[in-house]
Ligand binder design. Structure first.
Ligand SMILES: *Cc1c(COP(=O)(O)O)cnc(C)c1O
Length: 455
């Protein structure tokens, strides 16, 4: 029988995170204070984020950052995650390519997001923080942080976009099961929420207003900090455990990837699988291709512009140098909620600009078609986000079929889709559609970012 799974024992859980900032030929540009346009220092972030995370965010010198033993112990509940050779998918496609996937869906939260949630909850506890607050849209990040804070004895307050709170009751129940307090946003518990509700009592909420409420609570409550689940450098840093394990597992399989693929929302699971391999492109002349798969309806990497923009809709964050569609861009309500973000993290943006990675955009219907084939061949129902990575993998595998090349492709399965079956229902019933952004809309929203840069 052919070996299918490449497993590592708990003792092989990485001891250090890999900080790609330290080896990048061109470092990311600084974050800017929107009022003064001065570069931000780590201290400027201390009122909002835990100190360790703020320091990691701007660390451009240490290549390896130790993973606290307490975090490694919590990782052992699900790490090392399996690396799997997708023989059945290869067979169905008739491709000579060797397809591997790293299975991050086995975490208690069902996705890779727990890798950073556990680190952030630990750093909070270590600093004496007693409460963490965050926002969640679709609920994956909220679920991961709820579990992580429970493990480290910290209270967790999640502002959940009201419309999701009402339409996604199971994600809400997952967070409640792990012990978090969930507030539908906008709420009367903050000034930001009150302002919105006074103007419009039936406001259904948005990620922007949930962020405003979570940050307001963090800065106005003693021993309370704010935690984010994607985009930021420290989050991407924590995710590198994925690629560091995969590197050892590919060695067990006796292969090295020609192509590495992940879906792309803010960029954290892409960073996680890609950076450890990318360091060999930067330092050792390897020629692996890295492909980020984004939705056609939210194409910041393929159609966005590299410039300074706000990280949030409300314009409360520092200005970030990134590929963006403009912070006022409103993505279509595709089922892959985790991919609906207007910008890309600053590290990925610099790497894309410098040619270290590529991006493709995937239509919603193609993503589900790919996800269904993967479920039928490999036995795991993928998250709608992960379906984008699978679709991009299938495209590359079919190119191999045409050319007859037996390339080695590795993709990240960022999560499972068990809480997203209503999205699959919509696909099977024929209700689901593709969303296209018009050139006029793209131009209009990007102009809003242009104006910021001109000031
Ligand atoms: C949140 C999420 C994503 C997108 O976020 P990234 O930071 O780009 O990784 C992808 N897949 C799953 C399952 C998610 O929960």
């Amino acid at each position: 029988m052919k070996q299918k799974k490449f497993l590592l024992p708990e003792s092989e859980i990485p001891t250090h995170y890999f900080n790609i900032q330290a080896v990048m030929p061109n470092k990311p540009l600084p974050f800017l204070n929107p009022a003064t346009k001065e570069p931000l220092k780590a201290e400027d972030l201390y009122p909002i984020f835990c100190k360790a995370c703020a320091d990691q965010e701007l660390n451009q010198t240490d290549v390896w950052i130790p993973i606290p033993e307490e975090v490694r112990e919590q990782y052992a509940a699900y790490r090392c995650t399996p690396l799997v050779r997708a023989y059945e998918l290869e067979k169905a496609l008739g491709t000579p390519a060797h397809i591997y996937f790293k299975n991050e869906s086995v975490s208690p939260a069902g996705s890779h997001k727990l890798n950073s949630a556990l680190a952030q909850a630990y750093y909070a506890k270590e600093q004496g923080v007693t409460n963490l607050t965050t926002e969640t849209g679709a609920g994956q990040w909220g679920g991961a942080l709820s579990y992580a804070t429970k493990k480290f004895g910290i209270d967790c307050a999640v502002y959940m976009v009201k419309v999701s709170y009402e339409q996604k009751p199971y994600r809400r129940s997952i967070m409640q099961t792990f012990g978090a307090a969930i507030t539908p946003s906008p709420s009367m518990s903050t000034r930001a929420g009150k302002d919105i509700l006074t103007k419009n009592p039936t406001d259904q909420g948005s990620l922007g207003s949930a962020i405003s409420e979570a940050i307001e609570l963090a800065v106005s409550t003693p021993n309370c900090k704010y935690a984010l689940g994607s985009v930021l450098n420290h989050v991407c840093l924590h995710q590198t455990v994925i690629g560091l394990e995969a590197e050892k597992q590919m060695e067990l399989a006796g292969e090295y990837p020609d192509i590495v693929i992940a879906c792309f929302g803010g960029g954290s699971n892409f960073s996680g699988i890609a950076y450890p391999f990318m360091r060999h492109n930067i330092l050792d002349g390897k020629k692996t291709r890295f492909i980020a798969a984004e939705p056609y309806s939210c194409p910041k990497l393929t159609k966005g512009k590299f410039e300074y923009d706000f990280g949030d809709e409300a314009g409360m964050t520092p200005l970030l140098p990134m590929y963006t569609l403009g912070h006022t861009f409103k993505p279509a309500s595709i089922h892959a909620g985790g991919l609906r973000y207007h910008g890309a993290g600053v590290i990925m943006s610099q790497l894309l600009k410098d040619g270290f990675m590529e991006a493709v955009d995937i239509e919603q219907l193609d993503s589900f078609k790919a996800g269904v084939l993967f479920a039928q061949t490999e036995g795991i129902i993928p998250a709608p986000e992960s379906c984008h990575a699978i679709a991009a993998t299938i495209t590359e595998a079919l190119k191999c079929k045409e050319s007859g090349e037996a390339k080695t492709i590795l993709f990240n399965l960022s999560g499972h889709g068990f809480v997203d079956m209503s999205a699959y229902d919509s696909y099977f019933s024929g209700e689901m559609q593709n969303y296209h952004v018009s050139e006029a809309d793209l131009a209009r929203f990007i102009t809003s970012a242009d104006e910021l840069n001109a000031k």
